[in-house]
Design a protein around this ligand. Structure first.
Ligand code: FES
Length: 481
């Protein structure tokens, strides 16, 4: 399902990597983070190549809601209480600098990307105290914000936090412009990395600096990022005949965490997020979001819908900096949570700064090797009961085992000790796949909304035919044997 950003921009196709090459820096990943990092490095005189496994902007950059903001839920109250005011201030400084830098860059490069200054609001329909606490913590961190009870929303709120000077834009228009002068190869999948080189399906790139800007670092060791992150999905509707707020909004309550922003003559309504792989019942998230929209705007029409996948870290802070202590010239940017646009700019400034000897003074709080409460945790081992190493070869279960499977449905079928993931298409065609994730062997679950097999451990996703959609897995599922 395409987003409105994907409808409005056609990105020119790039060539594959033309064999073995040598550059000063190689960036893995052609999303916003990779393109921005490549841009700043190239501008600083570092010869840089960007490798993209698919098309640039085809991952989360095209699926975002395009908010540029330092307001990240109740981040500041949480950071002040867990890390202290100084570290929380660094986080605020980095993100606020990123918001300002977007404006400067767009002006300097004359980028036509519907960049629009507005305020960001965090609201609660349950409690004013939490919003008051967040407003006070943000102010203590140097953010221009205030507590208010006035919003444009179509329902009453108990309280809200307003950050002024934030922005929204069209991410793919921005990406298209910024990528024009960069050396980029598409359909070039990095399959492994060693010391000073990365190996792809088309050749090898030797480089002094290797930067992993590919959403989820696919190298398991060193770094152990698979033990330090999990993934979440969330859903977006583009609506006409709803309302067009001047500012951007996000709900802070777990049962009312809706996102609102205007994009041209559409309202983008986001929400219904959940951990990837956790599917309960068959209720469609899109339908739930649509029902919610119609309670506020009975005449609203859904014109587009899409979903996004976000990497979440244990302490809520991204990992930006050196990949690991064992790999001196490898760098990483991952775990952006729901804040991919701002975190991409923060990453580009930190990583290009580290490589060119100009590290921002606020970079420390983002360091992947930080030792802060909750920075690491074993998501992998929390699912250890399902991590069988040997991937069962998928087999087609007998008809009796498929009784009750309806067109459009997928489920795990067990028969005499064997298991298969089975999807039935609308014409009654059966697609069996191995139900084990090729990353580390967790059992997959079926995502009814998107007709995909999703992994609850680290968030890899596969189409109902078994093709790889999202990493960290590097290969698709085994088909019926
Ligand atoms: Fe890691 Fe599935 S086991 S993503």
């Amino acid at each position: 399902m395409e987003s409105i950003w994907e409808h409005e921009v056609t990105l020119p196709e790039r060539k594959n990597l033309p064999g073995n090459i040598e550059r000063e820096a190689v960036v893995i990943g052609g999303g916003l983070c990779g393109i921005l990092t490549g841009y700043y490095l190239q501008n600083a005189g570092v010869k840089t190549v960007i490798l993209e496994a698919d098309r640039i902007g085809s991952g989360q950059t095209g699926k975002t809601t395009g908010k540029i903001t330092s307001q990240h839920g109740c981040a500041y109250a949480r950071l002040v209480s867990r890390l202290g005011r100084e570290r929380a201030r660094q986080y605020a400084q980095g993100n606020q600098y990123a918001v300002t830098e977007y404006g400067r860059l767009i002006r300097r490069e004359k980028i036509d990307c519907d960049f629009h200054r507005c305020a960001a609001y965090l609201y609660s329909v349950r409690s004013s105290e939490e919003m008051e606490r967040e407003a006070a913590a943000a102010a203590a961190c140097g953010i221009h914000g205030n507590y208010t009870e006035e919003t444009e929303l179509p329902f009453p709120v108990k309280g809200a936090v307003r950050f002024s000077g934030q922005a929204r834009f069209s991410p793919l228009k921005f990406l298209e412009h910024l990528s024009r002068e960069l050396e980029i190869y598409e359909h070039t999948k990095v399959v492994s990395a060693e010391h000073d080189r990365v190996m792809t399906n088309w050749g090898t790139v030797k480089a002094d600096y290797i930067i992993f800007a590919c959403h989820y670092p696919f190298v398991n060791f060193p770094g152990f990022y698979f033990m330090r992150m999990y993934q979440q999905r969330s859903y977006v509707l583009a609506l006409k005949d709803a309302f067009l707020p001047e500012h951007m909004y996000l709900g802070a309550d777990p049962d009312h965490s809706y996102s609102f922003r205007t994009a041209g003559d559409h309202l983008l309504l986001g929400g219904e997020g959940h951990r990837t792989g956790e599917h309960w019942g068959l209720a469609s998230r899109y339908e739930k979001l649509g029902l919610r929209a119609r309670t506020w705007w009975p005449r609203a029409v859904v014109t587009d819908r899409w979903s996004a996948q976000d990497c979440m870290t244990m302490d809520g802070l991204p990992y930006i900096g050196r990949f690991s202590r064992m790999t001196d010239h490898w760098y990483v940017a991952a775990g952006f949570g729901k804040w991919g646009m701002t975190s991409s700019m923060v990453s580009a400034l930190i990583l290009s700064g580290m490589i060119t000897g100009n590290t921002p003074e606020w970079a420390g709080v983002f360091s992947p090797s930080r030792l802060t409460p909750g920075a690491s945790s074993s998501q992998f081992f929390s699912h250890s009961g399902k991590t069988a190493k040997n991937l069962a070869k998928a087999w087609l279960p007998p008809k009796e085992a498929l009784a009750g499977l309806k067109p459009g449905e997928g489920k795990i079928v067990e028969w005499k000790g064997r298991k298969a993931g089975v999807y039935m298409d609308e014409a009654g065609g059966i697609y069996p796949v191995s139900p084990r994730c090729p990353h580390m062997g967790c059992q997959l679950t079926f995502n009814q909304d998107e007709k995909s097999w999703d992994c609850p451990c680290h968030g890899s996703r596969f189409s109902y035919k078994g093709e790889l959609l999202d990493g960290p897995a590097q290969e698709g599922l085994k088909e019926n044997g």
